[in-house]
Design a protein around this ligand. Structure first.
Ligand SMILES: [Zn+2]
Ligand SMILES: [Zn+2]
Length: 339
């Protein structure tokens, strides 16, 4: 089978590999669509210790059921289009038993700890499979995982209709966060980015106002616009020092900041201002299985508009697509590859 293999920083090659054989409780899928994730771009650049070459990455995917190894679990019929929760946990620790498998200390990711879906076939655990409703096609289904990431952050934000919401970063996660936050019908839904095309996509997704982050007084302007709400929820989908600091400032008194972008390892924050303003700060990582299923339902309901932000290409264009997302990020913030 054809597979896109990460060989080292900035090096991806197409290789011919054996089609894997499903073991106990495993299912073989023929991959139909697989998205390139921001975390994989960090991996591609060699900045992510989870991704050790040689590795087939790819954790945002859909595929058809081909065959199943020995198992007592129920598996959808052969040919059924499914997606997969790629975050695998031990199922046994205090966190797993409390319904928080996403913070399990033993968690493993398909496409990092085991081969992922940038290939014609991928092996997945039967229990991670989620069948797609008929209204979700292979491409849209590949948005389930990033939408679940966005949905988890929005859920932690506990957004109400009286709140203001600011989403910092209108890449694919920010855009999907806007789609998810919109469901709570907040009084303001503001997107901030430096890319005009991405801000336009944010408007289409439901942002009520957009700001160019390079404007000098962008935080003041956002606070001015939010002067009629008592609570603001800011989601930082970027994770750079400047966006984290801006997010805390934009939250204002009694605000809440959800950090989900992973970029800079450390960020100095003005904690005295956080204390005096009673700003709540919360990290957000991945998703729970119920949130993943909810993301699939939202896609089936057509809650995520497609547009130029979403681009589909052949797997053979994988290497150039990674390079493009790093060197010349353009209108397309999510590139989906088809093996
Ligand atoms: Zn991802
Ligand atoms: Zn666990």
């Amino acid at each position: 089978m054809r597979a896109l293999v990460y060989q080292g920083p900035r090096l991806l090659t197409m290789e011919d590999q054996e089609v894997p054989v499903p073991g106990v409780d495993e299912v073989l899928l023929r991959v139909r669509a697989v998205g390139i994730c921001g975390s994989e771009i960090e991996g591609y650049l060699g900045f992510n210790s989870l991704r050790v070459p040689p590795l087939v990455m790819g954790h945002e995917f859909t595929g058809e059921i081909i065959s199943t190894g020995p198992t007592k679990q129920s598996v959808p019929e052969v040919g059924r289009l499914v997606t997969v929760n790629p975050l695998l946990s031990c199922g046994d620790c205090v966190f797993c038993r409390a319904g928080m498998a996403h913070v399990c200390g033993q968690r493993k990711l398909i496409g990092a700890h085991r081969p992922g879906a940038f290939a014609e076939y991928v092996l997945v655990p039967a229990q991670a499979i989620i069948p797609l409703p008929p209204t979700v096609d292979a491409t849209i289904g590949a948005l389930s995982e990033p939408l679940a990431v966005a949905l988890h952050a929005v859920n932690l934000g506990q957004i109400k209709s009286a709140h203001g919401v600011v989403v910092w970063g209108a890449g694919s996660i920010g855009l999907l966060a806007i789609c998810a936050a919109r469901l709570a019908q907040p009084a303001h839904l503001i997107a901030v980015d430096t890319n005009a095309a991405r801000l336009e996509a944010a408007r289409v997704a439901g942002a009520t106002a957009v700001f160019d982050a390079r404007e000098t007084h962008v935080v003041d302007e956002i606070r001015h616009l939010l002067s009629d709400v008592a609570h603001t929820v800011v989601l930082d989908a970027v994770g750079r020092t400047v966006t984290r600091q801006s997010a805390v400032a934009a939250a204002g008194p009694a605000g809440r900041v959800i950090f989900l972008g992973l970029h800079d390892k450390e960020t100095p924050l003005e904690i005295n201002a956080v204390i005096r303003n009673e700003v709540q700060m919360q990290g957000s990582y991945a998703y729970t299985m119920p949130e993943f299923r909810h993301a699939v339902t939202l896609l089936a309901e057509g809650r995520v508009p497609t547009g130029p932000w979403l681009e589909v290409r052949d797997l053979s264009q994988g290497a150039e697509s990674f390079a493009e997302l790093v060197d010349r990020p353009g209108v397309a913030s999510k590139i989906i590859l088809e093996p």
